[in-house]
Structure formats: structure tokens, C-alpha cells
Ligand binder design. Structure first.
Ligand code: AVI
Length: 324
């Protein structure tokens, strides 16, 4: 008898059940993979973070696209189709799609593992003349491979990787990711890469904390998700959200700090976890960059940096990389 194909959501649940115990039992620093912060509720909390007064990143990203979309599009080969990794709500993407639609009919391929985010996106961007949307509910590179395989012979590709999501990878893993992306692309294809830049310590440290506690809710919700989906018994009142600036690695780290010595059970992963008081679970890193280092990053990964636009309110750069 043929084995039935696993649905995408089943694949996710079993990957989650496997990744949670692996990362929680790492020797030294316990961890949880940051990608699991972004499920339905987590993504909604992240959208709220994006409008917090203390979090200027998303507004800077949008401002640059609003102001320079025409200039960016003017530097792209033609005809070109657009793929976006982790499209979110699509509000920022509108500027690029509208600028492109003034010169050609455009296919837009958002690649996103969250079906609700894809549905929201179709609503947000579905009305732009001469733009057709085809969503891919896949992990980033798997989706990009599918888009690249289906492209027309004459078509170039523009990949959007906005919002400084690259900063959520460790630096060497970020390079490896860009190299893998480059291997899928053809010479002349483009990547618009958003990178959050290093800023004053004051701004840097304000961003990860907010008085209303939205970031804390975003971080703590990962434990709530493990409780819901894997039957764990994390008591959220025994943890505290913590953000740290790591000066050596130039990154903000999010941690969940255990307020007391405690034992947690994760039945779906057959795991019993003993946490000491003040021990932390590291849930995410947000690396920051110097504007000048992006050209080097491009060169190491098979691209050249064709243009860079920097916001003058919140240090953030849009970088246009061309596959060599
Ligand atoms: C998605 N990513 C670029 C955000 C960041 O700033 O690293 C995620 C985030 N984590 C906490 N606040 C926002």
C-alpha cells in the first residue's frame, strides 16, 4: 500500500516535536529555534511589534522602499518576476510591485510557511493592476527553487528578503544561506536585502524592550506554543523575557529566564527538563551590520552590491545585490 503523503501541517508538528527537545537539551546554553516564534499568534504579535514606537526597523524598511522603489526598479534587468522570502503582511512590498507594474506585467511569488500570512497577503496586494500573485506555502529555499524552476526562459528574478530577517541567522549561517540562494539563481538575478545597522547603545537597547510588554508576549508565547502543541507544562509565570546586547557578536539576543529551579515535562517529545534559577533559554538573535560590510558579504556569497540606500531616521539599509 502506498504511504499517504504527510500534510504540510503534520510535517511541521513532527519537525517541531523533534527540534524542541534537541535544542532544549543542548549542552551549555539551552535554545529554541527562532523560526517557531512565527506561527499564527506569534506572527500577529510580531506585526504588533512592527508598529511599536520603540521598534523603528519596519518603518525604516518601509520608508526606504516608498522613497526609492522607482530608483531600485530602474536598476533591475527586464523582464523580471518577483519572489519574496517571508512576505509578512506585504505592505512594504506594495511599493516595489507598483513601481514594477508601471513597466511590465509582473508575477509575484510570496514564499511563506504560514497559510494565514499568505491569505492576508493576497488580500493586501491582490488589487494591483498587472500584478498576479502565486503563493508558495513552503520553506524559503524550497519555495525559491520551485519558483526558479518554473520561470520563463527570458525571465529574470528579483528576490526580496526584507526586514533584516538575515540578521536572525548567525553570521556564518547567513552567508551559507545567501550562497544557497545564489546557487538557485542565475547571473544577473537580483536580491534586495534589508539589513538593520548598528546604532547607539541607547536605541539598540530600547528596541528589544517595550513598556507595554509586546516583545515579552512574543517571546513567552513560544513556551505557550510548546504547551499547546506538545502538551508541555511550562508555567509562564516562572519565566521572564530578557533582551541582551552582545557587543562582541553585535547582536540583540532574546532569552527566557527561569525565575526559579523547576522541572518541565514535554510529553510529545518524551522530555523532562530541569532548569536552574536564572538559567536561560535563548530564543532569537538579531545581528546588526555596518553599512560597509554588506559589499563583503555580497562578494563572499556570489553577488556584487549594486546599490545601497540608508534611512536617515533609523540606521537601516536596503542593499541591491546582483548575482555574479
Ligand atoms: C524578524 N526579525 C527581523 C525581527 C528582529 O528584529 O530581529 C524579529 C524580532 N524579534 C524581536 N523583535 C523583533
Amino acid at each position: 500500500m502506498a504511504t499517504p503523503a504527510l500534510s504540510l501541517s503534520h510535517r511541521h508538528v513532527s519537525a517541531f516535536a523533534a527540534d524542541v527537545p534537541d535544542s532544549l537539551t543542548k549542552s551549555g546554553q539551552r535554545e529554541l529555534p527562532s523560526k517557531y516564534l512565527y506561527h499564527e499568534l506569534g506572527s500577529a504579535l510580531f506585526e504588533t511589534i512592527c508598529v511599536l514606537p520603540e521598534y523603528g526597523l519596519t518603518r525604516a524598511d518601509s520608508r526606504l522602499l516608498e522613497k526609492y522603489a522607482g530608483e531600485i526598479v530602474g536598476r533591475l534587468p527586464s523582464p523580471i518576476q518577483v519572489a519574496e522570502l517571508g512576505s509578512g503582511s506585504g505592505k512594504k512590498t506594495r511599493w516595489i510591485l507598483e513601481a514594477l507594474s508601471r513597466r511590465q506585467k509582473t508575477y509575484y511569488y510570496p514564499i511563506e510557511i504560514s497559510p494565514s500570512a499568505l491569505a492576508a497577503l493576497a488580500k493586501e496586494l491582490g488589487q494591483i493592476d498587472l500584478v498576479s500573485i502565486v503563493g508558495y506555502e513552503r520553506p524559503y529555499l524550497e519555495g525559491l527553487r520551485a519558483v526558479a524552476e518554473g520561470r520563463g526562459e527570458q525571465d529574470n528574478l528579483l528576490v526580496l528578503f526584507l526586514g533584516s530577517t538575515i540578521g536572525n541567522f548567525d553570521r556564518d549561517k547567513g552567508d551559507a544561506f545567501l550562497q544557497e540562494m545564489r546557487a538557485i539563481l542565475q547571473p544577473g538575478d537580483a536580491l534586495l536585502l534589508g539589513t538593520d545597522l548598528e546604532k547607539s547603545l541607547e536605541l539598540q537597547l530600547l528596541a528589544p524592550e517595550d513598556p507595554a510588554g509586546v516583545k515579552a508576549a512574543f517571546n513567552m508565547n513560544l513556551l505557550a506554543r510548546i504547551n499547546r502543541e506538545l502538551g508541555a507544562d511550562f508555567d509562564l509565570s516562572c519565566f521572564r523575557h530578557q533582551a541582551r546586547w552582545n557587543r562582541v557578536e553585535r547582536r540583540i539576543e532574546m532569552h527566557l529566564r527561569s525565575l526559579q529551579r523547576q522541572t518541565v515535562h514535554v510529553p510529545a517529545a518524551s522530555l523532562r527538563l530541569m532548569l536552574n534559577e536564572d538559567e536561560t533559554i535563548w530564543t532569537e538573535s538579531s545581528h546588526k551590520y555596518q553599512a560597509e560590510e554588506i559589499a563583503g558579504m555580497a562578494a563572499r556569497t556570489g553577488f556584487r552590491c549594486e546599490g545601497q540606500w540608508i534611512d536617515n531616521e533609523w540606521p537601516f539599509a536596503q542593499n541591491l545585490l546582483i548575482a555574479g
